[in-house]
Design a protein around this ligand. Structure first.
Ligand code: COA
Length: 154
């Protein structure tokens, strides 16, 4: 458990009791991306988050009893490192809580976990025009020059 500089903010693993609040933030995150994640996919994602055998894990930011931020990670093997690497797939902070250090605290927490587990790297993507997120990300590492190709299978 990580205690943030915002005294009441706690970063911890999501657990079963967080489902209602996690679903609220997850819904807002999907709205942000204007992306409709179906109920079966949302349910499966939540189950994977709770499953210690799954490669997916989630850290949440809690202020008092309110879940105010989420970060979802996927661990996977890598051809360029012996240690597994960690993909930060989702990052979202409740609009009412933004600009108070929650997003930074969530990333710092993920980096600390990766260091503790001796992972090969943490990496993430964002849209080129997401200037708010990129201002935060630029404080961790310089952006690289890879671009992403996505070929849907449906
Ligand atoms: C991106 C996001 C997670 C940042 O969360 P946050 O809790 O507001 O971030 P922090 O308070 O830790 O801010 C850290 C830094 O980000 C930058 N930043 C955050 N909000 C900003 C804003 N509205 N305008 C300009 N810079 C901003 C600043 O550099 C800030 O550092 P500073 O406070 O020292 O100036 C949040 O804005 C969010 O959920 N956005 C919608 C979803 C999204 O874009 N997710 C990322 C997708 S990859």
């Amino acid at each position: 458990m990580t205690q943030n500089h915002t005294a009441r903010l706690v970063i911890r693993d999501a657990d079963a009791s967080d489902e209602r609040q996690w679903r609220r933030l997850w819904g807002l995150y999907n709205l942000f991306y204007d992306h409709a994640v179906s109920e079966p996919v949302t349910a499966a994602t939540w189950q994977r988050i709770l499953d210690p055998q799954s490669a997916i894990f989630a850290r949440i930011a809690v202020d008092g009893t309110a879940l105010v931020g989420l970060a979802t990670y996927v661990l996977h093997d890598c051809t360029w490192t012996i240690a597994p690497v960690c993909y930060l797939e989702d990052l979202f902070v409740d609009a009412a809580q933004r600009k108070t250090g929650t997003g930074r605290a969530l990333i710092e927490d993920g980096v600390a976990i990766a260091k503790a587990r001796q992972l090969g790297r943490v990496y993430w993507h964002t849209k080129a025009d997401n200037v708010v997120a990129r201002r935060l990300y630029d404080t961790f590492v310089q952006v690289d020059d890879f671009v992403r190709y996505t070929l849907p299978m449906d």
